[in-house]
Design a protein around this ligand. Structure first.
Ligand SMILES: Cc1cc2nc3c(=O)[nH]c(=O)nc-3n(C[C@H](O)[C@H](O)[C@H](O)COP(=O)(O)O)c2cc1C
Length: 189
């Protein structure tokens, strides 16, 4: 399958970009292709109804929508900002949920299988944001896998081999990836 990765932080040293890379590496190791949409390279404008009405969907948004459409399933990693979703991620989900008036193509999240994961320097691993991200994705008719991954402790969560050092976290991550790929494969069939 072809799996797309999105991180809710575009920061150069982002823990969530690191976690995304880790998860996509594990997915590749199971024989799938992966791609990451980098918001730092393709920054989306802040959603603005006037901009949309006057000029249609911006090019950056069209690029994101194409990447989501081309993927069999999507992995999203995100930190929590004040116990909630980051503005970058909410903005991206919102833009991708709009109908392209030029082509008539609607919400590209509908029916898309999504796995959620979060990382933070503290102990929570983005957990409270993931609840909100799940709610928003539910609203746009994506199919979120119940299993999710939370990695606290920043980069010290990874051992020298680059793997998650905590056995329980590693097992949860492996289980979430298995459930995600199974659901994506079933829906693709
Ligand atoms: C506006 C803001 C709010 C934050 N709120 C929380 C929070 O509620 N809980 C938490 O664990 N960390 C919080 N943090 C810290 C982030 O988890 C930390 O900066 C993290 O490294 C950001 O993710 P990134 O490394 O992927 O960029 C907050 C950071 C910012 C900038």
């Amino acid at each position: 399958m072809h799996i797309l990765g999105l991180a809710g932080s575009a920061r150069r040293e982002s823990l969530n970009r690191h976690l995304l890379k880790y998860l996509l590496g594990e997915i590749q190791a199971r024989g799938h292709q992966t791609e990451t949409f980098e918001f730092s390279e393709v920054p989306l404008p802040l959603y603005d109804g006037d901009l949309e009405a006057e000029s249609g969907l911006p090019d950056e948004v069209l690029q994101l929508r194409s990447a989501i459409l081309a993927a069999d399933a999507v992995v999203i990693t995100s930190p929590e900002y004040n116990a909630s979703i980051t503005p970058l991620l909410k903005n991206a989900i919102d833009w991708a949920s709009r109908t392209d008036q030029e082509t008539g193509q609607a919400n590209v999240w509908a029916g898309k299988v999504v796995m959620l994961a979060g990382a933070s320097p503290g102990g929570l691993g983005g957990l409270r944001a993931l609840r909100v991200v799940r709610e928003v994705l539910n609203e746009v008719m994506a199919i979120t896998v119940p299993q999710q991954v939370s990695v606290g402790g920043g980069l010290s969560a990874y051992g020298p081999d680059g793997q998650l050092a905590n056995e329980r976290t590693k097992a949860l991550s492996d289980g979430a990836i298995t459930a995600f790929l199974q659901m994506a494969e079933r829906l693709k069939a």
